[in-house]
Design a protein around this ligand. Structure first.
Ligand SMILES: [Zn+2]
Length: 266
């Protein structure tokens, strides 16, 4: 527990309501943010002194992660990215990733939408992972569009070799949404549809300040669904929530035990 855990007297009644909501739900949707990654030891990209907020060699990381900068200085981008995005196999899925995968496997949810780019949901066994900001699992040649996997690219980046296309020589870019790039439209439309029709929306480790995270729970509420938020800090959407918890570990250790007692739905 990381200091946000509630006393059993406070926690148990809320947790019982949570399991009732999940048991009665037929269209459960899950949304995860940076707080789920930090539980695995991955630095919070946007937190205080995060790898996104502190300058790197005198440069603003927001500039390094802009499309224009990447086109001009791909080598500088990859020097920054090698320590941040190309060592992800060192981190392990945590209890939240595992339970989220189990909710899908047992037929409680249709997968997970995430702001995270660390691929830990997939490694925990989730099949349908909708990565709103993309992931370094996919990489594309900026000239001809040829696809390259994380396994092909990461060893090059870690050896300070600029990854270029073997077909045309174009620079390869990770399929992560950079500043100045728009989010994937069809993915967004799918999220609007999914959360608008959800009868229960679980928000995990997200402060819900950036779009589309900020609007998704509200769509569920507008459609008559319930919202449960588990996040250490208050969020802008707390007033829409039926239940509010602070400690992801506390909730998910308990949820893991509860889920073991539940039969598969499919
Ligand atoms: Zn190419």
């Amino acid at each position: 527990m990381d200091g946000y855990a509630e006393s059993p007297e406070r926690f148990v009644p809320g947790f019982e309501r949570l399991t009732t909501l999940i048991a009665n739900s037929r269209r459960l949707r899950v949304f995860t943010g940076a707080g789920v990654s930090t539980l695995s030891g991955i630095p919070d990209f946007r937190g205080a002194h995060g790898v996104y907020t502190d300058p790197w060699h005198g440069m603003d990381v927001e500039d390094i992660l802009s499309l224009d900068f990447f086109r001009e200085n791909p080598k500088v981008f990859y020097q920054w990215a090698k320590d941040v995005w190309f060592h992800l196999e060192e981190y392990q899925p945590n209890i939240v990733h595992k339970v989220v995968a189990e909710l899908e496997r047992k037929g409680f949810s249709n997968g997970v939408y995430t702001q995270n780019i660390d691929m830990l949901h997939q490694r925990a066994g989730s099949k349908a992972v909708y990565e709103i900001h993309g992931s370094p699992f996919h990489n594309y040649c900026t000239q001809c569009g040829k696809h390259f996997s994380y396994e092909q690219i990461a060893p090059l980046v870690r050896s300070d070799i600029l990854p270029v296309c073997d077909q045309c020589g174009g620079v390869i870019k990770p399929d992560i949404v950079f500043y100045g790039e728009s989010l994937n439209r069809s993915l967004l439309e799918r999220a609007w549809e999914d959360f608008g029709h959800a009868d229960l929306c679980l928000v995990l480790g997200s402060s819900l300040t950036v779009q589309p995270a900020a609007s998704l729970p509200r769509l569920t509420a507008q459609g008559g669904g319930r919202i449960v938020i588990v996040n250490a800090q208050p969020t802008d959407q707390d007033s829409f929530a039926s239940l509010r918890f602070k400690d992801l570990s506390q909730v998910f250790v308990a949820l893991s035990r509860w889920l073991e007692t539940q039969p598969d739905r499919k």
